[in-house]
Ligand binder design. Structure first.
Ligand SMILES: Nc1ncnc2c1ncn2[C@@H]1O[C@H](COP(=O)(O)OP(=O)(O)OP(=O)(O)O)[C@@H](O)[C@H]1O
Ligand SMILES: [Mg+2]
Length: 233
């Protein structure tokens, strides 16, 4: 079943009087329980695409459907973790995590207890009352992921969620992400620069170049990271 569908999305930006075409009629289908990774060179339009899917920016052309319903320009339907993740410095982990519910006006005692019960799933047991500056980079990423999950969306859009981590922490968080995705039953679109990460986590990899998908790879045993890396050049 197709959960999310983007049809022919185009987006351009006006910069210093010059129109730059960033997305050129890009289309995408995400099935239920599917994990897709988008890889591509810096500046090819990955974050722009996720912003359109999240509804925080409007396409010049094209449509986005979720569960068959038109959602172009609608926020709050898909869970979105931006590239520059900003936790609120004055909020404890639990309050950062509960923010989507507070914004929606749905925060009550039962929801708070539910979020506390979820902390171990995100590896955050014992960190409920820490402020962001008291957390390591990896823990902050987990808080941000937990907050994205708390949107209640069945589709999570993750823009380089494990960037800027050391290799060991990153590897551990990849294993953990794979595990929670199957535990929580969510579908994912992940943007990453890390080919091995894309291979390890996804069912499908979309290679993006200058605002278009130029290649689609179904991840199977023995997929060649070197060959995939060459496609990015
Ligand atoms: N609001 C904006 N105004 C003008 N240009 C923009 C704007 N947002 C993005 N761009 C341009 O669009 C292009 C694509 O940006 P985008 O952030 O989508 O790239 P990206 O693929 O996510 O790159 P990275 O891997 O570095 O995060 C870039 O050239 C960027 O400068
Ligand atoms: Mg980006």
């Amino acid at each position: 079943m197709i959960l999310l569908e983007a049809q022919e999305l185009s987006k351009s930006f006006l910069f210093k009087g010059k129109l730059c075409q960033v997305l050129c009629g890009i289309s995408l289908k995400l099935k239920q329980d599917e994990f897709i990774s988008i890889v591509g060179a810096s500046g090819c339009g990955k974050s722009t695409l996720l912003e359109l899917l999240a509804g925080i920016s409007l396409p010049d052309k094209g449509k986005i459907f979720y569960d068959g319903e038109l959602i172009t320009g609608k926020t709050g339907i898909l869970g979105y973790m931006p590239q520059e993740d900003l936790l609120f410095e004055w909020l404890k982990s639990i309050d950062n995590i509960l923010l989507p519910l507070r914004v929606k006006g749905n925060l009550d005692k039962a929801q708070r207890s539910k979020a506390i019960e979820l902390l171990p799933v995100f590896g955050l047991e014992g960190y409920k009352d820490h402020l962001p500056w008291q957390l390591s980079g990896g823990l902050k990423q987990r808080v941000a992921l937990a907050r994205t999950y708390m949107t209640g969306s069945k589709v999570l859009l993750l823009d380089e969620p494990l960037a800027n981590l050391d290799a060991i922490t990153r590897n551990a968080l990849q294993d953990w992400l794979k595990e929670i995705v199957s535990k929580l039953g969510v579908s994912i679109i992940l943007v990453t620069h890390d080919i091995e990460e894309a291979i390890k986590l996804s069912d499908r990899i979309l290679v993006m170049k200058e605002g278009r998908f130029v290649e689609e790879l179904v991840v199977k045993e023995g997929i060649d990271a070197t060959a995939l890396r060459a496609k990015l050049l």
